[in-house]
Write a protein that binds this ligand. Structure first.
Ligand code: SF4
Ligand code: SF4
Length: 371
């Protein structure tokens, strides 16, 4: 069992309440089984053979949004999200994945995106997204959410690259990184997707790989090296880092500032996993012409809106709405009317909550607006 690699977390968590009050999903659902302690109890009993997975227990394993808030809070170094991922791999190996999980996997394997939309339409809705070269020093990896659900984010990034005079390319046959497949528990499929994408990236001969998608950034920076896949020699950047560089080098400059109060939502992958907190803040300060107002929960302690690989909202639309509502409440408490994000999937999840009086914009869009 894959969970045997996480026995220390499972055994510690099942006795411990210390992060229950910060668990992103547990707070919204009010279910003990959604917290690290509850899941630790379940996985411990499964590991010892006292109980076996059934429909309810499988569901519980897939309800963690992988935000990592518990890890940040934990003083014992425990890692509940990676234990949950191991449990998902066990569930997949037993052929017990829920039907909607299997459907998303079929979409990812068949069409290269979790929505099952035609691969030929991947860049169709992106302004300026067609007719680009397949080789240039800078490769923009768009990602599934910016390609299909938030094409305005991809269009805004392309507008900025053009304004800065950057020669860049897109992969004509871009597909998912495989991150979502590993999040769902399909490790072999995830590896196959990753190997295929690495070959395409290498074939593009790029020197810089930049993406507007934080989960793709995490895949390139963390997952691929862990799989032994080689992107060495290629600089990997999230769009917020690239914008920060373009602004500091004065290759782009805002002509006007945003005339509304804004706050910033830190992300799980960018912030908590990779410590990218300052670059989005410097970019947003340029957009505003001043500092933004911080939300009560920010930086390492930011509340997630369910960004995990772009699939959490597809798996749990109701829970995702609850997560989004909490973040939107915090943004309103910060006195903002614009909530800036650094992730197209997070933007889509927040927009689904449909909150009057709060604009949700990717910082890429905010920069493009000011050019
Ligand atoms: S992650 Fe740490 S704080 Fe949370 S339940 Fe486990 S041991 Fe306790
Ligand atoms: S990763 Fe987030 S949702 Fe999952 S148990 Fe930890 S705090 Fe809760």
């Amino acid at each position: 069992m894959h969970i045997n690699d996480h026995t220390s977390t499972i055994e510690a968590c099942r006795f411990c309440f210390m992060c229950r009050h910060v668990c992103t999903v547990g707070i919204v659902s009010g279910r003990e089984s959604d917290t690290p302690r509850g899941r630790g109890l379940i996985l411990s009993k499964i590991q010892k053979g006292y109980i076996a997975y059934d429909e309810d227990l499988v569901e519980t394993v897939y309800r963690c949004c992988l935000c990592g808030m518990c890890e940040t809070w934990c003083k014992a170094g425990c890692t509940p999200p990676t234990a949950a991922l191991a449990a998902r791999a066990d569930i997949v190996a037993k052929g017990m994945a829920p039907e909607r999980v299997r459907r998303i996997r079929e979409n990812l394997v068949g069409t290269g995106n979790p929505f099952g939309l035609p691969p030929r339409d991947r860049f169709k809705a992106i302004a300026g997204g067609n007719g680009l070269p397949e080789r240039a020093d800078v490769l923009y990896y768009v990602g599934c959410d910016a390609a299909y659900r938030q094409p305005e984010v991809a269009g805004a990034f392309i507008k900025i690259l053009r304004a800065a005079g950057i020669e860049f390319s897109l992969l004509a046959d871009e597909r998912s990184t495989g991150k979502a497949l590993s999040i769902l528990g399909y490790r072999d499929d995830a590896r196959a997707a990753a190997e295929s994408l690495v070959k395409k990236i290498r074939a593009s001969a790029c020197k810089v790989l930049v993406t507007t998608c934080p989960s793709s950034y995490d895949a390139f920076k963390s997952d691929y090296p862990a799989m032994g896949l080689d992107l060495s020699g290629i600089e990997i950047l999230h769009a917020s880092q690239y914008l920060d560089r373009l602004l500091s080098e004065k290759r782009i400059a805002p002509r006007r500032h945003l005339a509304a109060g804004a706050t910033l939502l830190d992300g799980t992958y960018l912030g908590r996993h990779h410590g990218i907190f300052e670059e989005p803040r410097r970019v947003l300060a340029t957009v505003l012409g001043s500092e933004h107002s911080e939300m009560i929960w920010s930086r390492e302690m930011a509340h997630a809106a369910g960004e995990a690989g772009g699939v959490f909202q597809l798996l749990h639309p109701e829970l995702s709405l609850g997560l989004a509502a909490r973040v939107l409440d915090q943004a309103a408490q910060a006195g903002a009317s614009v909530l800036a994000v650094t992730c197209p999937a997070t933007k889509a999840a927040l927009l689904a909550a449909d909150r009057d009086g709060m604009q949700v914009r990717d910082i890429v869009e905010l920069v493009a607006d000011g050019l």
